[in-house]
Design a protein around this ligand. Structure first.
Ligand SMILES: [Zn+2]
Length: 400
């Protein structure tokens, strides 16, 4: 292979896809800035800007202030040229939204949904609603660039398949991207609900926090791990599954995973429903528990605080392993006032080393119930806007 040939096969440094990443944060750029940032010639920068603007990703954004002479043109990311369908699927409800590529919601719809009806029924309904929302937004189906969906169970993210999901009968190992993508003709990204909530919370409320743990406390307990600004899924996507860590004092309690003494079996919303019922309180579901704590019921408040301490024991270990600067508590139980949070704080600050807790904040979610929608959108957009995806879109346009 001669030099020219070798050059042809070498990876392109600072291609248009990579240059686009300089716009992702929303920053505006002039040609001169791009030349300085990439170290490339003016003509190369101009050619790449043209390619990106042909793809609809970059557009003019006015003029910069000039120190004399003609003011230079300014370019910016134009996130609304393409759409994302973001889906937050729970066991009994679904949220579906059309967003732009910067996770801004354009249209959204929420409805009850029985996940046990199986993937074909549920996903074709989601596709139907998705098409209606795109139409309502005055857009075309061909504007849809990707779909992100969160599922309430373990997911192999790279394959997009649920793996033995306990509350999703009929979904095990089903090819979600093929079924949903088949209806809407767009690529589909799949992850578990906690991971997408972590992505959504990070993107919308804490974009500058690089090390964040998002803990969802609802029927079960799980966490999404963001390190160095990126979601970490682990080898098979099970990272953050803290609900099944064994805790002291829970040896008698059977968890839905089949083990005894899991954190989830003693401190989840379901565990609180059982605890409070057995102490004579009228509670049938998580919402009832939240309301009992909020109205100041002493037994409910003390039980929530104790659950917080149990969760804090496991989180203290997570703090030692990951050294996050922020722990965000989300999920419906995060609405149960300060008792749960106080229990968590009490143990985490006591049990972790000073270096790890000096700048550690523990807070309840800022984003709330939309975290899953935002995260599903972010996950899909990250795929569409990655340097590699843009390069291959350019190749497809050039060759097609
Ligand atoms: Zn368990």
């Amino acid at each position: 292979m001669d030099m020219a040939e070798a050059q042809k096969f070498a990876p392109k440094p600072n291609g248009a896809g990579e240059m686009f990443q300089l716009f992702r944060s929303g920053a505006t750029r002039t040609r001169a800035e791009l030349t300085a940032l990439t170290g490339q010639s003016r003509s190369t920068v101009a050619a790449r800007l043209e390619v990106l603007s042909d793809l609809g990703l970059i557009g003019p954004a006015g003029e910069a202030n000039s120190t004399g002479g003609r003011p230079p043109a300014v370019f910016a990311f134009t996130p609304d040229v393409k759409l994302v369908l973001a889906v937050d699927l729970g066991a009994t409800h679904v949220g579906i939204a059309v967003t732009d590529l910067a996770a801004n919601v354009i249209e959204e719809h929420y409805e009850p949904c029985t996940i046990a009806d199986g993937p074909e029924t549920v996903l074709s309904r989601i596709a139907e609603v998705g098409k209606q929302l795109i139409k309502k937004a005055g857009r075309k189906l061909s504007d849809l660039s990707a779909i992100g969906i969160g599922l309430p169970g373990p997911v192999d993210h790279s394959a997009g398949r649920p793996i033995n999901p306990p509350i999703m009968p009929g979904w095990d190992d089903k090819d979600v991207p093929e079924i949903l993508g088949g209806h809407l003709n767009a690529p589909v990204l799949v992850d578990n609900d906690v991971n997408i909530m972590a992505l959504g919370e990070h993107a919308k409320a804490y974009p500058d926090v690089d090390h964040l743990l998002f803990v969802k406390i609802a029927t079960g307990i799980g966490a999404g791990v963001i390190m160095d600004g990126e979601l970490r899924r682990g080898a098979r996507g099970a990272a953050g599954d803290m609900g099944h860590v064994a805790v002291l004092g829970g040896e008698e309690r059977l968890c839905r995973c089949g083990n005894y003494g899991c954190l989830e079996a003693v401190a989840s919303g379901m565990a609180l429903v059982e605890d409070l019922s057995s102490q004579g309180l009228e509670v049938n579901d998580l919402r009832d528990v939240v309301e009992a704590v909020r109205r100041g019921d002493l037994i409910a408040s003390a039980t929530a605080r104790e659950a917080g301490r149990q969760i804090g024991e496991v989180l203290a270990t997570c703090v030692s392993l990951f050294n996050p600067s922020l722990i965000v508590i989300g999920g419906i139980m995060s609405e149960a006032g300060n008792h749960l949070l106080a229990g968590i704080r009490e143990v985490v600050y006591r049990r972790s080393l000073p270096l790890a807790t000096q700048q550690l904040r523990i807070a309840t979610t800022e984003v709330g119930s939309r975290a899953g929608i935002y995260g599903a959108s972010v996950m899909a957009a990250e795929q569409v806007l990655s340097a590699a995806a843009i390069e291959s879109a350019i190749t497809a346009v050039t060759n097609g």
